[in-house]
Ligand binder design. Structure first.
Ligand SMILES: Cc1cc2nc3c(=O)[nH]c(=O)nc-3n(C[C@H](O)[C@H](O)[C@H](O)COP(=O)(O)OP(=O)(O)OC[C@H]3O[C@@H](n4cnc5c(N)ncnc54)[C@H](O)[C@@H]3O)c2cc1C
Length: 405
């Protein structure tokens, strides 16, 4: 079957590009490997879909930041909200600028995109895993695993990154681009829990605390994040910790040792005064009320103080040590969880091979790409979907121009 455009990958960027181009009267085929389109979208924002962020700025992006900057300028969050409003999904924002559908259901975002594709006549072919993308005449032929073929005057690769393979992620899109002359930059998890020595966090699994995290790479503080810290079996999780994963993986790739410093007492507490006020309190309970009890006991032990001691018996040096641990407990970080547990991929198809304005390939004529398959990743908070939408819209404009040339 011959189309104007074949779009490979029916995730966030592929769906919006398909709906947009079909809306312009283009004959569009959306080729999706899985049985259903947009599975990852359903899991975003804990099922609520944090679809953009009103405060998005270039520094929220990594990798080819200038591409994100251009996409943000052309398709800022407010315009993206307008697009979703037009699709039947009015949006609301929280105090941090994170934007959600008014329904607070990711399913309504996916439904709106799916319905728009259908209503506008885009053809969706599911269980169509593209294993080969080749030049055919002036256009492209995409061949599926089971040997079906779709051809188009141009092709748009929207296959996403490597994060969350259970939701369909694979490196196949990168392979398709590589075969057409593109460079793939090193890929690693960008938003994922941090792995520390298991002994350090033993017994803390499931405990949550508010605090500040500082990532130390090669002994230097490189990034700081505040928020809820969630202790996990193999380390530290929660949004604030996961935001540090990109820096950890980058530093470890450069052979720099990493550690995370936890300030679990963001409001100042006078530990010496507390000990003077509560002299008969055993150290087992001494920090309860500041942090969860079990965490308090771990911090006491990490300060080299026995849990059976009474607070009134601590020496000034011990009180000092305890305060330092409470505000600067430092755990060596050996890595992050892998793509299985990660939300986003750093690295991907190099933007050096694309014209930033149209996301048009400089290596193969009539080839375009959008979304996470490219070497752009954002922080947590709606920035990655903002990139998926804005890059899809830039590519759709580029394709319109290409087809009219
Ligand atoms: C659990 C989780 C929660 C997240 N929450 C948020 C959030 O709240 N806000 C936010 O901004 N970001 C969030 N993200 C990140 C965001 O979901 C992604 O950045 C975004 O979906 C990327 O869009 P995409 O279109 O590039 O790729 P995807 O949405 O991953 O879509 C790619 C599609 O291509 C298909 N595909 C792959 N290879 C082929 C092939 N060879 N042939 C055919 N089809 C193929 C896949 O099956 C998939 O459907 C979250 C990610 C995860 C994993």
């Amino acid at each position: 079957m011959n189309y104007d455009i074949i779009i490979i990958g029916g995730g966030a960027s592929g769906l919006l590009a398909a709906a947009t181009l079909a809306g312009k009267g283009r004959k569009v085929a959306l080729l999706e490997a899985q049985a259903r389109v947009g599975r990852k979208l359903l899991s975003t924002g804990n099922g609520r879909c944090n679809l953009t962020n009103r405060n998005a700025k270039p520094s929220d992006y990594h990798g080819a930041r200038q591409a994100a900057q251009y996409a943000l300028k052309c398709w800022p969050p407010k315009r993206i909200e307008g697009i979703f409003d037009d699709l039947g999904v009015p949006c609301v924002a929280d105090g941090e600028g994170r934007v959600y559908p008014m329904s607070h259901q990711a399913a309504s975002v996916l439904d709106a995109l799916r319905l728009a594709c259908d209503e506008r006549g885009a053809e969706t072919l599911t269980e169509f895993e593209v294993t080969r993308l080749t030049r055919q005449g002036n256009g492209y032929a995409a061949t599926s695993k089971d040997d079906r073929t779709a051809t188009g005057r141009c092709a748009l690769v929207c296959t996403g990154g490597l994060a969350a393979p259970k939701l369909g992620a694979s490196g196949k899109g990168h392979d398709l681009l590589k075969a057409l002359g593109h460079t793939i930059t090193p890929r690693f998890p960008a938003i994922a829990a941090l792995v520390t020595s298991p002994n350090a966090v033993r017994g803390l699994k499931g405990i949550r605390a508010e605090g500040m995290l500082t990532l130390l790479a090669g002994g230097k503080a490189v990034r700081e994040e505040a928020g809820e810290i969630l202790f996990a079996e193999s380390g530290v999780s929660g949004i604030a910790a996961m935001q540090l994963a990109r820096c950890v993986n980058e530093a470890l790739r450069n052979n720099k040792a990493c550690a995370v410093r936890l300030n679990l007492c963001p409001e100042p507490v006078d530990i010496a005064r507390r000990a003077a006020n509560l002299p008969r309190r055993t150290m087992e309970d001494f920090l309860s009320g500041i942090v969860p009890k079990r965490l308090g006991q771990t911090l006491v032990k990490a300060s080299g103080i026995e849990l059976t001691r009474l607070a009134g018996s601590l020496t000034p040096a011990e009180l000092h040590r305890l305060r330092d641990t409470l505000t600067g407990w430092t755990l060596p970080v050996t890595g992050t969880l892998g793509f299985d547990q990660a939300q986003v991929t750093a690295g991907g198809a190099s933007m050096k091979d694309f014209d930033t304005r149209a996301l048009r390939s400089l290596r193969a004529p009539g080839l375009f790409a959008a979304g996470e398959v490219l070497d752009v990743d954002g922080d947590c908070g709606g920035f990655n979907l903002q990139w998926a939408w804005s890059s899809a819209l830039l590519a759709a404009e580029g394709i319109e121009r290409y087809l009219s040339e």
